[in-house]
Write a protein that binds this ligand. Structure first.
Ligand SMILES: C[S@@+](CC[C@H](N)C(=O)[O-])C[C@H]1O[C@@H](n2cnc3c(N)ncnc32)[C@H](O)[C@@H]1O
Length: 315
């Protein structure tokens, strides 16, 4: 089995992956009907579904198994994070986004999947002539998306009327029942995008190792339960329950917010024969290896020293 085959039909475990190759990507696939449709329409292409909802992942997974589909795989992550960490530049032929949340309130517009920041990230990953296809029932969202795409100066923008697709997504059916008009727009990449200085893509960086630190002092996880600490402006940790295992091993449930991504894992401490300790992320945690996780482990390793030096009450 080649590496490529190994990805097919499996939920990708981001912990074990460096890069994902995909010809076609669907963002926010919902019940997965459109992903299945893409897999049949483009039989020779590798199709990646990206979703944040576990329920959606389960639905697509069942459909793939039932229909014995071989060219679809999926990952459970926010799209911007998956693109940033795992997708190669200039590698994708098409990105489909069907009926994304329109976030109608003005103060929520920055959450839209089609802000210039997000489109910049997607555009970088597209091959030349590759495209983003957006379907929506929301005229204001459509106009916003076109205006944001124009800022990057890299797309030919075309609107498609009544595209001949034999499939209607769940949300499409819903809006058609309410007699809403459906809009489709394609952003076709013609050149590399402008990177206006005002645009910032989240800065999460991947590393290729998991931090494992040998430390002298015991860190009492029970004292951390329920506490929140700001390690850096964009790196915040919150601790939940801690557990002691029989053989001098301890775990604490950890939520680490790095830029706009939330890691959830167990931090692990084990006593060594020489009475020192090893501090790391537990092996069964599906954590992505990022700089933030490394910084967190380093920060935790000398939390007592910091406490003394800075006279701050970390504990
Ligand atoms: C309104 S539903 C549309 C579902 C489907 N495309 C359809 O047309 O029926 C939006 C979907 O996008 C997913 N979603 C929202 N934000 C996302 C993100 N940042 N990355 C990936 N998926 C996301 C949601 O979980 C949800 O399934």
């Amino acid at each position: 089995m080649t590496d490529e085959n190994a990805l097919i039909n499996f939920q990708i475990n981001p912990k074990r992956l460096d890069k994902i190759t995909a010809d076609i990507i669907e963002i926010g696939f919902g019940n997965g009907d459109y992903t299945v449709y893409l897999s049949k329409k483009f039989k020779d292409k590798k199709i990646l579904g990206i979703e944040i909802s576990g329920e959606s992942i389960n639905k697509l997974s069942k459909k793939i198994k039932k229909e014995n589909i071989k060219n679809v795989f999926y990952i459970k992550l926010p799209a911007t994070i998956a693109f940033q960490l795992f997708i190669e530049d200039n590698s994708v032929e098409a990105i489909f986004i069907n009926f994304p949340d329109p976030w109608p309130k003005k103060r929520h517009h920055k959450r839209r999947i089609t802000t210039a920041e997000h489109l910049l990230l997607f555009a970088k990953k597209l091959k030349k002539e590759g495209f983003i296809q957006l379907k929506t029932d929301h005229p204001d969202f459509l106009d916003f998306s076109i205006q944001e795409a124009e800022k990057l100066n890299c797309f030919e923008i075309i609107q498609l009327e009544n595209p001949e697709e034999s499939i209607k997504t769940k949300y499409e059916k819903k809006w058609l029942q309410q007699e809403k008009k459906i809009f489709i727009v394609r952003f076709i990449k013609k050149s590399e995008p402008n990177e206006p200085t005002s645009l910032t893509i989240p800065k999460i960086k991947k590393v290729n190792y998991m931090p494992k630190l040998k430390i002298k002092d015991f860190v009492d996880f029970t004292e951390l339960e329920g506490r929140t600490f700001k390690i850096e402006p964009n790196l915040v940790v919150k601790f939940f329950r801690s557990f002691e295992r029989k053989n001098e091993e301890w775990l604490i449930e950890t939520l680490l917010v790095e830029d706009n991504y939330t890691h959830y894992f167990f931090t692990y401490l084990k006593k060594l024969p020489d009475n020192s300790f090893v501090l790391s992320v537990s092996d069964f945690s599906e954590v992505i290896k990022t700089e933030g996780v490394v910084k967190f482990i380093k920060w935790l390793s000398d939390i007592k020293e910091k406490n003394k030096e800075e006279n701050k009450t970390y504990f």
